[in-house]
Design a protein around this ligand. Structure first.
Ligand code: ADP
Ligand code: MG
Length: 353
């Protein structure tokens, strides 16, 4: 099967989502410093009271304005294509990048308290929920194949991998190892749940989110420093006319990254990459990998996937035979302009991959 022919032109699709101003921002007199000229562009005022007051214009595949709904993100971000490709056997990743409070978790999972089977499909549900619904819709249409779905949900905190489906009382970290057989990295002893119905996948989402908050004393600080990866492995088996079975192994990762301000924090504390373990090595290395991949010259050479847990686990979808979607989340507030511009630059660089 000539899978490479199915690859889209770009390995990575980059979209930006701008959240609305919060009530707190409005109350404190903050204003929006971004405008939307259309065509995937975003215009950003300079940084007030800084040496960088010059306005900037960036362009991406799509820009979602504050009024965009959760359903718009499913329909227009390109995630549906990713899900279709995962069903076809590719390794795919959708990840949210941005400073703490920019809307990453809102975009992926929606506000808390939506689950418990109470609200089967409400306006608030995030991209993961909607993607699951879409995945099952596709699978039901594909009567020619047998599918097996397995899901896992993990967290990387302080370069330690914790199983969010089976954290254990000691939250003992799991090892990331290289497998010759799959020619990729995997997490040893990670709990994976076979999911026959939509409700099984939703239970995985709910259980993982619950365990994420249970293990932390200060949820805000914890979630700004941790990455979560929810993975759905899709195995399909199809019998060809000549009786031969073709089996494909695809997957889709949904990644809620640590707050992007964490990398700067690492640097400002004067730490080297080795010392940065305690703050956020994974996020820094992801930046290096994206920079290397987007630099045409380096693309052929060394990409430092092996330098962090996160990039090991995402390597197959960032490079080679994989496809990724980056959702850069930003706040429109002038008071956040500096972080917003950092995020927009990072996203613009990723677009060149
Ligand atoms: P992050 O995960 O990036 O730290 P959150 O997703 O927790 O940020 O969002 C911060 C706050 O902003 C939350 O209260 C969230 O509900 C709200 N929020 C984020 N994006 C939106 C949006 N598009 N519409 C409405 N509220 C949003
Ligand atoms: Mg969050």
């Amino acid at each position: 099967i000539a899978t490479h022919q199915l690859l889209p032109e770009d390995n990575i699709n980059v979209v930006v989502r701008v959240r609305p101003l919060s009530n707190r921002e409005i109350k404190s007199g903050d204003e929006s410093g971004v405008q939307f000229p259309g065509n995937g562009q975003i215009h950003c005022d300079g940084i007030p009271n800084s040496g960088d007051k010059k306005p900037k214009l960036f362009s991406y595949n799509v820009v979602f304005e504050p009024a965009a709904s959760q359903e718009d993100i499913l329909q227009y971000s390109g995630v549906k294509k990713l899900i279709e490709m995962a069903v076809e056997g590719f390794s795919c990743t959708a990840f949210c990048y941005g400073q703490t409070g920019s809307g990453k978790t809102h975009t992926l999972t929606g506000p808390p308290g939506l689950f418990n089977g109470k609200n089967p499909y409400s306006e608030g549900h995030g991209l993961v929920f909607r993607s699951f619904v879409y995945l099952f819709k596709i699978l039901q249409e594909r009567q020619d194949c047998n599918f097996v779905l397995r899901a896992s949900f993990l967290e990387i905190y302080n370069e330690k991998v914790i199983d969010l489906l089976n954290p254990g009382t000691s939250r003992k970290p799991l090892a990331v190892r290289w497998s010759k057989k799959i020619r990729g990295f995997f997490v040893e002893n990670l709990f994976t749940v076979e999911c026959e119905e939509l409700d099984d996948l939703l239970a995985v989402l709910e259980e993982g989110m619950r365990n994420r908050s249970v293990g932390s004393h200060n949820m805000n600080d914890h979630s700004s420093r941790s990455h979560t990866i929810l993975t759905v492995h899709i195995t399909s088996e199809q019998q060809m006319e000549n009786g031969v079975f073709i089996s494909k192994q695809g997957k889709i990762n949904f990644v809620d990254l640590a707050g992007s301000e964490m990398t700067k924090k690492t640097q400002s504390e004067g730490k080297t990459l080795e010392e940065a373990n305690n703050i956020n090595k994974s996020l820094m290395v992801l930046g290096y990998c994206i920079a290397s991949l987007s630099d045409g010259k380096k693309k052929a050479g060394h990409i430092p996937y092996r330098d962090s847990k996160l990039t090991k686990l995402l390597a197959d979808s960032l490079a080679g035979n994989g496809v990724s979607l980056m959702i850069a989340c930003i706040s429109p507030a002038r008071s956040n302009a500096s972080e917003t511009i950092n995020t927009l630059r990072y996203a613009a660089r990723a677009k060149k991959i």
